[in-house]
Design a protein around this ligand. Structure first.
Ligand SMILES: NC(=O)c1ccc[n+]([C@@H]2O[C@H](COP(=O)([O-])OP(=O)(O)OC[C@H]3O[C@@H](n4cnc5c(N)ncnc54)[C@H](O)[C@@H]3O)[C@@H](O)[C@H]2O)c1
Length: 318
């Protein structure tokens, strides 16, 4: 089997290490590079993942690399087709994603500058929180074309929504289609008109109050996991989403996924990173898809755009 491509995952915490593992287990890449500022952590995790190769049966090699405060070690990411930025603090119980902005902005800015220096052709996928703002900041700090920088949130929110629907109706997950757009937070926009089970509208299968209950649970999906874990945040479902996005880039697949992408004119919204459906290929976002929305859904998307626009303007000074 032909393997090609190199994906770097910056940050070897829970999110980063599980993303690296998933990417390696796809067995479609030449190499996965995993970096962190904690000395030995990425090397140790890479060694551990590589030692699972005979059992899981994949050839992709994982390379661990510690990086220094002044960018030492970043040479290892050269030639990366994709860089996934997971560096940054996760939430603790009771914290909102916005509580992380100052600390994570410093981390994401310095990572992005090093990525621009050492992997200037890469597509950048941001996952650090607060997601919409960190995606905007990574684009500013890299200076990359806007379609080459995108964020992961919508795939995760959509997956959480689908899981809750499948559990509520006791149906196979494969029969469920849902969609969430907007921001990764309070202004997440569920799209009931695109939610179906075996092709039947979700709104025909569940009363409106029950659908609303599942929407609220989805919106708080991250906080629910944080509250149970007490330390750290979710990473299995989040890493599944980021790894799929990286794979769509590597395979130049054109797959349409809900992602945080630069919106410029679509839906009558301009100049903001926002959760929308987009086709993903080797250039990053090929095109933002103008999903058919009902009037209330479109109004909610516009409201989300205005809420994140104000916060994204602030990241320039962080
Ligand atoms: N977008 C989403 O849907 C989503 C979902 C879950 C978590 N997250 C976010 O992802 C981020 C990572 O979460 P986690 O659970 O892996 O946290 P974690 O604490 O397990 O790992 C973070 C890692 O980043 C490293 N790091 C810090 N500064 C760095 C730098 N300058 N360069 C390289 N590495 C650096 C740390 O040493 C640590 O290993 C958090 O900001 C979290 O909020 C986003």
């Amino acid at each position: 089997m032909a393997r090609n491509g190199r994906v770097t995952v910056v940050g070897a915490g829970f999110y980063g290490s599980t993303t690296a593992q998933r990417l390696a287990e796809y067995d479609v890449l030449d190499e996965v590079v995993l970096t962190d500022i904690v000395e030995g952590k990425p090397e140790g995790l890479a060694l551990d993942i590589n030692q699972s190769r005979p059992i899981e049966g994949f050839e992709t090699r994982v390379i661990g690399q510690t990086t220094g405060q002044n960018g030492e070690g970043y040479e290892a990411i050269a030639g990366s087709d994709v860089v996934v930025i997971t560096a940054g603090l996760p939430r603790k119980p009771g914290m909102s994603r916005m509580d992380l902005i100052e600390t994570n902005a410093k981390i994401v800015r310095s990572v992005a500058e090093n990525v621009a220096r050492h992997a200037p052709e890469a597509v950048v996928i941001v996952v650090s929180n607060p997601l919409d703002e960190m995606t905007a900041l990574a684009q500013l700090a890299t200076g990359f074309p806007k379609q080459r920088v995108l964020g992961q949130a919508g795939m995760l929110d959509t997956a959480r929504f689908s899981h809750f629907v499948a559990e509520t109706l006791a149906v196979p997950i494969a029969s469920v289609q849902t969609l969430t757009l907007g921001s990764h937070g309070d202004t997440m926009v569920p799209v009931p008109s695109r939610c179906t089970v075996d092709g039947k509208p979700l709104t025909d299968l569940l009363p409106a109050e029950k659908v609303e209950e599942l929407v609220v649970r989805t919106r708080n999906g991250g906080a629910e996991v944080v509250a149970l874990l007490k330390t750290g945040s979710a990473y299995y479902a989040p890493s599944a989403a980021a790894a799929r996005m990286a794979r769509a880039v590597i395979e130049d697949s054109g797959t349409v996924l809900p992602v945080c992408a630069w919106v410029d004119g679509q839906f009558g919204i301009s100049g903001v990173y926002l959760g929308v459906e987009a086709s993903i290929g080797k250039e990053g976002v090929r095109a933002v898809e103008e999903t058919d929305l009902t009037d209330p859904e479109l109004a909610a998307l516009k409201e989300a755009a205005e809420a994140v626009r104000a916060k994204q303007a602030d990241v320039q000074t962080l």
